[in-house]
Design a protein around this ligand. Structure first.
Ligand code: FMN
Length: 364
């Protein structure tokens, strides 16, 4: 048997998680260890969405398409208000196409969660089960497996539906040794069930069209957002009111104005275009801060206003502003299309050749 055949013979299990602070990831590692304690099973841990957390940022991100290719999925998430986390819920909401094609029916699933105090943890595990039951997945509980060996002197996250960790109880290091032990046992048992069910359900390839994340688009276009410029007066880099974010920027780079001056006097059109691109990147960098680093929460660019330091008889402001407009559409696609105003001014603060005012609509 060659390596490829050996891989295909193995029971391949996805450990699919969302984690904010790493607690769920720690449990996921124990689940994976338990799975791989069976030499014929292989575990891969993936995130439902990219993370900037240093513990998580190098983990691969799963696509909805790939779910049907596994022999079983162990789902992990933080407890959010007695429920699964928003990111896990968003990921599952993208599986409608798999659902209507019966694509996950008969595939085994198991769940684990990182909680704070543990308030509502069983409700949260149950809500995980609800979503997976709708898919017709075969839910594998823990029962009281391993309970006789856990340390009862401190509260533990044991639950019949799946392992949890009570991460905010700092009486001992969390996940506790017992919580880790239960997670590993859960993984081991899950591998046993997944191996037994391997080949009993069809692995349909269902293509689901997923929009690439804004961070992926930025990376693929080699666009690096500049540092958020510091305000030069008594104002905020942005103001959010309701769902709207208001931002104004000039061509500031590392504390200095790029290509300062008046078009046709000390700068030419190409230099103003370069300054316009930088100014728009400054705007997007501030916007990134306004949405806590998740530019996918931008619903649309509503309006851009470009002000250029030009002579009285200059008329081609639209060409200059297209640089900012094109960049916005390049990054945000349809959501980047906006209303626009451009005009010339006899001077602009700090001698910038351009100023951009922007209004974006963002998610709640
Ligand atoms: C919006 C939100 C709601 C939460 N709700 C609960 C809850 O109902 N019960 C609980 O025990 N912990 C709750 N927590 C705490 C998290 O479940 C806890 O911090 C968890 O360990 C985070 O997992 P992570 O380290 O993988 O990000 C909540 C946290 C957030 C951010």
């Amino acid at each position: 048997m060659n390596t490829m055949e050996a891989q295909n013979k193995k029971t391949n299990i996805l450990v699919l998680i969302h984690s904010d602070n790493g607690g769920t990831y720690e449990l996921a590692q124990e689940i994976a260890k338990g799975i791989e304690s069976d030499p014929n099973s292989k575990a891969v841990i993936k995130l439902v969405k990219e993370s900037t957390n240093s513990k998580l940022k190098d983990l691969p991100v799963a696509t909805v398409d790939e779910l049907t290719s596994y022999d079983g999925i162990a789902f992990g998430s933080p407890v959010y208000f007695g429920n699964i986390s928003t990111a896990m819920s968003e990921f599952l909401s993208k599986t409608v196409n798999l659902w209507s094609n019966h694509a996950l029916e008969g595939m085994p699933a198991t769940v684990f969660m990182s909680a704070g105090s543990g308030a509502g943890k069983e409700l949260a595990l149950q809500s995980f089960w609800n979503s997976l039951a709708v898919h017709g997945m075969v839910l594998v509980p823990n029962g009281i497996r391993g309970d006789e060996k856990i340390d009862k002197k401190v509260p533990q996250g044991n639950s019949v539906l799946g392992t949890t960790s009570l991460a905010s109880l700092k009486d001992v290091k969390r996940p506790t040794e017992s919580e880790r032990y239960l997670a590993a046992l859960q993984g081991k048992n899950f591998a046993k069930v997944a191996s037994a069910l391997k080949g009993t359900f069809s692995k349909k390839e269902i293509s689901v069209k997923e929009e690439p994340s804004i961070n992926t688009i930025l990376k693929s276009k080699n666009i690096v957002l500049p540092q958020v410029p510091k305000p030069a007066g008594n104002y905020q880099p942005y103001v959010r009111t309701g769902n709207l974010v208001f931002i104004n920027q000039v061509a500031l780079k590392d504390g200095k104005i790029l290509n300062p001056g008046k078009l046709g006097v000390n700068v030419d059109e190409n230099q103003v275009k370069e300054a316009t691109e930088l100014t728009m990147l400054n705007v997007i960098s501030v916007l990134n801060e306004a949405v806590d680093g998740d530019l996918n929460r931008v619903k649309r660019c509503v309006q851009l206003t470009g002000i250029f330091n030009t002579k009285d008889d200059y008329t081609k402001h639209a060409d200059l502003m297209n640089i900012a407009s094109n960049l916005t559409v390049e990054i945000f696609g349809e959501k980047g299309k906006h209303a626009r105003a451009t005009f010339g001014a006899s001077s602009i603060p700090v001698n910038s050749s351009v100023e951009i005012q922007a209004v974006f609509e963002v998610e709640q």
